[in-house]
Design a protein around this ligand. Structure first.
Ligand code: E4P
Length: 223
């Protein structure tokens, strides 16, 4: 069970890396658009330099930003041209019939693919059969349509284990800490978590209470 950081914010990514938390980073065009406006390639390069400062070339997912399949191929090739030197480069491609061509093409080029925006068991199965290294199931958006995300995660995991797949499930679209817990308990290999939830996941009122009590008791004993 691994944690990825779902953010393009350099400070948030550094905060997670400095705590030894992040086994990867996921971005998408909307997440990138939350950052200060600049050349996106320069921003991605800064994320790469930051990650390398902490040693390991962990997986960094960068998404194409078009719905046109031929433009998608051009953008993916551009990402590989600019960032193929980074061992952790993972190209994010939304699931779709035409998009499977790009997933297969990048896989043949030994470029890791994160098949993203998957909402269903069958979408994940198609992406895996096209060679995707990761399939991203969107917990919050699955729930928006009235389906139980954890059930889909566990079904995909079972099918992957039964077929000996070496790919991994990333659960994203996290809206609540419970989404993280349920994804992990349902068998997700990875959960990509927005930074505010990383902080909350460490918190519990009883933890604060007991640590305060320990300190008070010790201070009294020492005084
Ligand atoms: C992760 O890879 C996804 O792009 C992200 O978690 C999507 O989150 P959203 O559904 O809140 O936009």
């Amino acid at each position: 069970m691994k944690i990825f950081v779902d953010s393009a914010n350099l400070s948030d990514i550094e905060a997670a890396l400095s705590r030894g938390l992040a086994s990867g980073v996921t971005t998408n065009p909307s997440i990138l658009a939350k950052e200060e406006r600049r050349d996106y390639r320069e921003h991605i390069r800064d994320i790469i330099e930051l990650i390398l400062k902490f040693g390991q070339a962990i997986p960094l997912s960068v998404e194409v930003f078009t719905t046109d399949p031929s433009e998608m191929i051009r953008q993916a090739e551009d990402l590989v041209a600019h960032f193929g030197d980074y061992d952790g480069l993972t190209v994010k491609v939304p699931i779709g019939w035409d998009e499977l061509v790009l997933i297969a093409k990048l896989t043949d080029m030994n470029i890791a693919v994160n098949a993203t925006a998957c909402m269903s068991f069958n979408q994940a199965v198609m992406a895996l059969n096209a060679g995707a290294r990761y399939v991203s199931l969107f917990s919050g958006r699955i729930r928006d349509t009235g389906y139980d995300a954890a059930t889909i995660v566990s079904q995909v995991r079972a099918a992957m284990d039964a077929s000996g797949s070496r790919a991994e499930i990333i659960v994203g679209s996290i809206r609540h800490i419970m989404d993280v817990n349920e994804a992990i308990q349902a068998g997700a290999h990875i959960v990509t978590v927005p930074p505010p939830f990383l902080v909350k996941m460490c918190q519990h009122p009883k933890t604060d209470e007991v640590v305060a009590q320990f300190c008070t008791d010790f201070a009294k004993w020492m005084s």
